[in-house]
Design a protein around this ligand. Structure first.
Ligand code: NAI
Ligand code: MG
Length: 354
């Protein structure tokens, strides 16, 4: 009998990343002890400080080091004195692309004890499946005639049949395991080449999944519908840009961006997947010990599920719900609990229910 072991790379990153990541690590260690496995954490001190000292966001052999782990837990990167495209393209985007993490999974649900900004929306339970490696976030294009009156910029969106089919296939499987509803975000009335292609490939792919009802909705109408009737959505599949915007919108509906979790998945498991909260480094509250750790802990629960620790993942989420329901709320949720108070409540619940 050997205990299950998982090797996880940890990148706390910048700002509140170094506050919410240790919180999630403590919660995972507690649940692992109860559920009979261990996590071996290896911390990598990459991010903006590393950039100031070495001119790079991560070590030269960073991707190689990360590739040896079963999963990656990331806090956030970004700081006011370094351009955001430098921090993003120096760490997160290379990881997503090198490790072919083509699914960005962003679950959104109403949490107990937390009021969102909408009057009647208390039973939101949806998942956004965002295409994560192609689409609108492309390096193809350029700027010409810089600084002259005729200056111009071109950025090409790249959609491939294989790229759209695999993310649509993932979303269809997920929908079939949930309530069977799949909404595809499109804009085929205005974007006349890539979006009709997206629609065709999504429809062809989903046709192979009986029991999944596919609805395609124009992105602008979809944004409005998410605000008006969020509880109607089950799974939403969207391109890189549309999925990015929709997931901030949807997570805001549940109360705070501090609650929102995400997984960057390589579903074939050829490479490690990366788990991170949706929020950034929040420089405005960094260093005060009041960051909401729920998004980070929930991301860690998605990681445990991906590592096959389904029961432990659920126990972790149940403990988060219990803490929220008991009124342990950080200031973003209208309370006065600290990050540490919240994690203590989670760890106590996990240990007590053991
Ligand atoms: P942000 O998510 O860091 O903050 C937006 C607002 O939400 C702030 O008022 C912040 O205090 C609040 N907030 C965020 N997370 C919170 C939490 N866990 N608990 C309580 N309140 C929370 O987004 P912003 O301000 O646009 O970006 C700040 C920096 O983070 C930038 O450098 C940006 O590039 C970076 N960023 C990094 C991301 C990543 O690493 N994946 C994602 C988004 C932004
Ligand atoms: Mg975003």
């Amino acid at each position: 009998h050997t205990a299950r072991r998982h090797s996880v790379a940890v990148i706390p990153g910048d700002g509140i990343g170094s506050e919410v990541v240790p919180a999630a690590v403590a919660a995972v260690d507690a649940v692992a002890a109860v559920h009979g496995f261990t996590v071996r954490w290896t911390e990598y001190p990459w991010g903006s400080d590393h950039y100031r000292r070495h001119g790079r966001m991560m070590a030269v052999d960073g991707l190689d080091l990360l590739s040896r782990h079963d999963a990656i837990l990331l806090g956030a990167v970004g700081t006011p004195d370094i351009p955001d495209d430098v921090t993003l393209w120096g760490l997160l985007i290379p990881i997503r692309r090198q490790f072919d993490q083509y699914v960005n999974l962003r679950p959104v649900r109403s949490m107990p004890g937390v009021r969102g900004p909408l009057r009647d929306a208390n039973d939101i339970d949806l998942v956004i499946v965002r295409e994560n490696v192609e689409g609108e976030y492309s390096e193809i294009g350029g700027r010409f005639h810089r600084g002259r009156p005729e200056e111009m910029a071109i950025q090409e969106a790249v959609f491939t049949r294989a790229g759209v089919a695999r993310v649509a296939g993932y979303a269809a499987r997920l929908a079939s395991e949930r309530r069977g509803g799949l909404t595809s975000a499109t804009k085929s009335n205005g974007i006349i080449h890539t979006m009709p292609f997206w629609d065709e490939v999504v429809a062809e792919t989903v046709a192979a999944s009986p029991g999944v009802a596919l609805r395609k909705v124009l992105i602008d109408a979809l944004a409005a519908e998410l605000v008006l009737r969020p509880e109607r959505f089950d799974v939403i599949v969207a391109s890189n840009l549309f999925g990015d915007i929709l997931s901030d919108l949807a997570s805001a509906l549940t109360g705070s961006i501090g609650l929102a979790a995400s997984a960057n998945l390589n579903p074939e498991r050829k490479h490690p997947s990366l788990f991170e909260p949706v929020h950034g480094s929040a420089p405005d509250i960094a260093g005060k010990g009041i960051a909401n750790p729920v998004g980070q802990i929930w991301s860690a629960a998605l990681m445990l599920r991906h590592l096959g620790e389904e029961t432990a993942a659920q126990a972790l989420l149940d403990a988060v719900d219990a803490a929220l329901a008991a009124g342990v709320l950080t200031p973003d949720l209208g309370g006065n609990a600290t990050t540490g108070d919240f994690v203590s409540a989670v760890v106590t619940t996990i240990t007590a229910t053991a």
